[in-house]
Unconditional design. Sequence first.
Length: 364
Amino acid sequence: MTTSQHDELAEEQLIDLAAEFYDQFATGDIPHMDIPTRTKTNIVFDEDSQVWVYGDRTSTRSANSVRGARKLLKATYTIDFLAEQLRQGRSSTLRELYYLSESWDNEEAQFSDQDESNQLIEDLEIVSDVTREDFHMRPEESGATLMGPLKIREQTRRGEREIHCQQDVGEGGYQIPNNPDTIEFLDHDMDFILCVETGGMRDRLIENGFDTIYNSLIVHLKGQPARATRRITKRLHDELHVPVVVFTDGDPWSYRIYGSVSYGSIKSAHLSKYLATPEARFIGIQPTDIVEYDLPTDPLSDSDKNALESELEDPRFMSDYWEEQIEIQLDIEKKAEQQSLAARGLDFVTETYLPTRLDEMGII
């Protein structure tokens, strides 16, 4: 499907949604919009797809109250804006949508804050089955990057261009676009994909030539990964059949970064099958690594301990491996950063730690 065909389909689905409101008026029904309840109590772990999805509970945005009528009014104005944006081939940020609403001719349609406009975009994604990327909506720049033996073709305003994500980029790597579905994978020599949490560790791996020595594609997650980062990781795995491993700090919040890559998140559960890579595996920092390598550490805070206890009840971490690792961490009451491996030398992570773990996991 071409970009223009994709835009036409997205516009059509938006217009169909607005038409539903009109039809409800025409038949004498109170206009309404049913949306899955976006709470922890309505998030279920789908054992078949191994990702988080919404359950059966729904909430209704209805014009039978002043508050509900305002929500539908704002939805209608937003649909009109998005459809026009698609027709013009333009895009905007989530932040810009919030400010743009101040120019709308009905004050009741204007957003009170950005959280409100962000939530409405998520609502429209769910009911229209169109992602915000296909609406030409984008977040503020995430800056996440790729570096490794991958050749791609991307769409730009000046036409198509081919890029090798090692040979044609600087040390900063190839910046992942807002909508990775516009990228075509042409060729690669990757043996595996290494998703890295922190910029400091990403830079260490590149400086040490890890991507070249081990034919790896290094994906910089930049902390909790943006949707574009998770989407391109899933596409790389599913389309090129390359294993994915995730390398983070050794603390409960970083384990959730791994969980977001692998199984999806509560906030974007309506897109889990589009964003999550259940086959992704965790490489470290493991609590057992903290003990084995006697890494420099910080003590666990009370919130860290509570988060670890919570993860023991989290379906994403209900395995013998994770139960063992979390119990060890609760016992030693310590956490460690990726870069604590530098205590054993700047080359330790690329010459010893990662090769050892990758060999244990059967990746190399």
